[in-house]
Design a protein around this ligand. Structure first.
Ligand code: PAF
Length: 286
């Protein structure tokens, strides 16, 4: 195995010893959890961790608990060596790659369930998802015990779920949201974009443009209901085969916006071929 400019840790005891040493020397620890198949979007989160902390730990773990039986757990890209190569070009101190059976030993019987922000949106089609995410992130945060952890705004409902969990369970960790990495045409970066055909890739670039247009018209005074109806029609005309949701929610609580909501978030999930794309953007309400 080539040498990398960070340590690769696969055992929890070794991780704890390393973190204790850094903490004993007064270092602030930043943590970026990932499922690997790293792209520039992840790497920008790693860079953000480097700006905010003295030591940066990245985890790579494809978490079975957040995939439903019909989803792509077995086929999810596992690209450890190329992930290490990408991380070696950034300021990373440790990469934590836990074993599946250490994360979920026999008779594993505990689940973390977060209410409120997890309702609707992603949960409507992926009811298992946030339970699986909250459980593995609670474990990873307990294992790493960082001062701060970075999650991408691309998965906005996930980011708010983790914030709520950390607040409710009194975990002494700052949760920082990192801006969504975008391709030149604005498509939000995702490990699953690699599965798009050339035609689908072209259509995919329309999602953020149609959302942007809807936001511009809402900010200019159009009613959200009318702007979102037009946007749904435009998405289907652009070649997406389904609009699973396109909803304007309160940016903090993810509840439907009220007359006095100032800070909104437009969140979307669309189907393209057998794939699904999600995106979200801020909306300033009048
Ligand atoms: O966003 C992801 O990559 C995953 O949901 C996470 C936070 C690493 C948990 O498995």
């Amino acid at each position: 195995m080539p040498d990398f400019p960070f340590i690769i840790v696969r055992e929890l005891d070794a991780l704890r010893a390393q973190v204790a040493g850094w903490r004993g020397s007064g270092h602030k620890i930043g943590f970026v959890p990932t499922m690997g198949a790293l792209h520039e979007g992840h790497l920008s989160l790693v860079d953000l961790a480097g700006e905010k902390a003295d030591k940066v730990i990245v985890s790579i773990f494809v978490n079975p608990a957040q995939f439903a039986p019909h989803e792509d757990f077995d086929d999810y890209p596992r690209t450890e060596q190329s992930d290490f190569e990408k991380l070696s070009l950034r300021a990373v101190d440790a990469v934590y790659v836990p074993h599946g059976d250490a994360m979920y030993p026999p008779n594993f019987s505990t689940a973390v369930s977060v209410g409120g922000v997890t309702e609707g949106l992603e949960s409507a089609t992926r009811p298992h998802f946030f339970g699986g995410v909250a459980t593995v992130v609670a474990k990873l945060l307990n294992q790493v015990q960082p001062d701060l952890a970075i999650f991408g705004e691309k998965d906005y409902q996930q980011l708010l779920t983790i914030r709520r969990m950390v607040r409710d369970l009194d975990m002494p960790i700052e949760i920082v949201g990192g801006a969504t990495g975008r391709e030149a045409d604005g498509l939000a970066m995702s490990s699953r974009n690699a599965y798009l055909t050339a035609d689908q890739r072209e259509t995919a670039g329309e999602l953020n443009k149609i959302m942007r247009h809807a936001i511009d018209t809402i900010e200019a005074g159009e009613t959200p209901a009318r702007a979102l109806d037009k946007a749904k029609t435009a998405l289907l005309a652009a070649g997406f085969n389904a609009v699973q949701y396109l909803e304007l929610r309160d940016a903090e609580t993810l509840e439907p916006v009220k007359a006095n909501t100032k800070s909104g978030r437009l969140l979307a999930a669309v189907g393209i071929g057998d794939l699904r794309l999600i995106d979200n953007m801020p909306v300033l309400l009048p």
